[in-house]
Design a binder for this molecule. Structure first.
Ligand code: INI
Length: 157
């Protein structure tokens, strides 16, 4: 008997995607948005099937993700933001709440929510992950969303 392997592909371009963006640290975050949109489009997703919802900061992302999930319009949600430790003691709180919140919505609603919210120590680390040395985490989150949409179709179909 052979082992059955089930995994998502990147070739299923029919899905609808919502990108929820925390505007805080916009100079980094906009590169994540560009990376995510580029990855979706290069995998065949039409612009008409992509929408972008903006909120003030990472702390607000989970609520917007929840509202989007409630609409049942999209096949996956991509959460993008940048929480940078720098000098702010706010960091731990904002980073923990945003990660926990988006994960919670994913499980509660059974919809893939890709976590592309950077949590880094410095602006330099953020820039590295937004399209320079360490790739583009927005693009990576979009690929994870594409893969999960394809996987869920197989598991549910
Ligand atoms: N929001 C971020 O997205 N990134 C941060 O680095 C950040 N810091 O450091 O404070 C941040 N704070 C704002 C927060 O997300 C909320 O918008 C704010 O607290 C109002 O609710």
């Amino acid at each position: 008997m052979s082992i059955q392997a089930i995994e998502g592909t990147f070739t299923d371009s029919d899905g609808r995607y919502a990108i929820v963006v925390g505007r805080f640290n916009a100079f980094v975050v906009e590169s994540l948005v560009d990376g995510a949109v580029d990855a979706l489009k290069r995998h065949g997703v039409a612009e008409a099937n992509i929408r972008i919802i903006r909120v003030p900061g990472a702390f607000e992302i989970p609520l917007a993700v929840k509202k989007v999930a409630e609409q049942k319009r999209d096949d996956a949600i991509i959460a993008l933001g940048a929480v940078i430790r720098g000098g702010t003691p706010h960091f731990e709180y904002v980073s923990a709440e945003s990660a926990k919140g988006v994960g919670q919505v994913s499980l509660d609603f059974g919809i893939p929510v890709a976590n592309g919210i950077l949590t880094v120590n410095s602006i330099e680390q953020a820039i590295e992950r937004a399209g320079t040395k360490a790739g583009n985490k927005g693009a990576e989150a979009a690929l994870s969303a594409l893969e999960m949409v394809s996987l869920l179709k197989q598991l549910e179909g």
